[in-house]
Design a protein. Sequence first.
Length: 344
Amino acid sequence: MGKIQRVLVPTDFSDDSGYALDVAVRIAEQKGAEVDLIYVVPSLQHFLRFLSSEMNTEYANTLYDQAQTRLEQLMEQINPENRGDLFVKLDKKPGISVLDQIKAGSYDLVVIGSKGSDKTKLGRGSTAQHIIRGSHVPVLAVDRELSSETVNHILVTTDGSELSFTALSPAVVMAELWNADITLLYIHELRGGLIENIYTPPEGIQKEKVYEKLMSKLESFISEHKTGGIHLKRGEKMYHDTILIKNNSDHSSTDLITDVITGFSSHYEIEQYAEKHSDLVVMGTHGYSGFAHVMLGSVTEKVIQQMKKPVLTVRPFESDFLLSKGGIDEAEGETSSIPPWHWL
């Protein structure tokens, strides 16, 4: 379990990208992975067009050489056995160049700073959002140091669909790394939601029924997809269970706490809950509908824009969108053969 072999760190030499590199190095050291670095030199075509062709080339070469030197200095901070490759690109849209590199390389994880040097007031900068939207591998966006001292509680959001459950295994890997527990959060929207066949009294939903149905669906998902040596052990106390982890001959476990809450807006409730109860949020990029799977799901899109916590986003395989069953109210039917994320 946890076959993270190659990690990509896009950098613009900002504070947040420094945190991203530190986190990537910690993961690489524990998993025996290599870390690649990429820097995209901003294209100044609107300025360089006023220079002669010779001056244009000379200036671009100077920027390239400076970036190469700075990347080499960063790479020297990494243990030799974890050092990968350096990439310097010239592009007016850094996000596109990074996505091209992700597609070209056999990466298992991308670690990026939540914000660049522009210091947007949103939770994620424009380049980070662009990469999260387009990446086919998990993206961890950070704005602080992550360690066993700072990451104690990991939040996984679900709507009860198989697409949302794909985030669990990466969360377990993170929990192993940081020795953290996991909270599985389900939100019933008062204006609708996915449990309309369960009576909703004025004082709230029947949480026990929702919890039992979530656990049943999660057990089926883990059993059907053989999710990286993970097993669910039901606890004696409701809402408190255990994830058992088998990694070759090693065995470990992580506490799994389930919380079911009501609210008018899922993304708002996730943001508020995460601020109070988590140190890292792990989300599938899509949920119940799987609608417009080329882009992010609407809830994930809003959360990554606004939330200030580190976020790991996990995109399901393309086949998942065709094979997945729906949310917690979906009728039982044929099982699918969705594969787990390949580094789990």
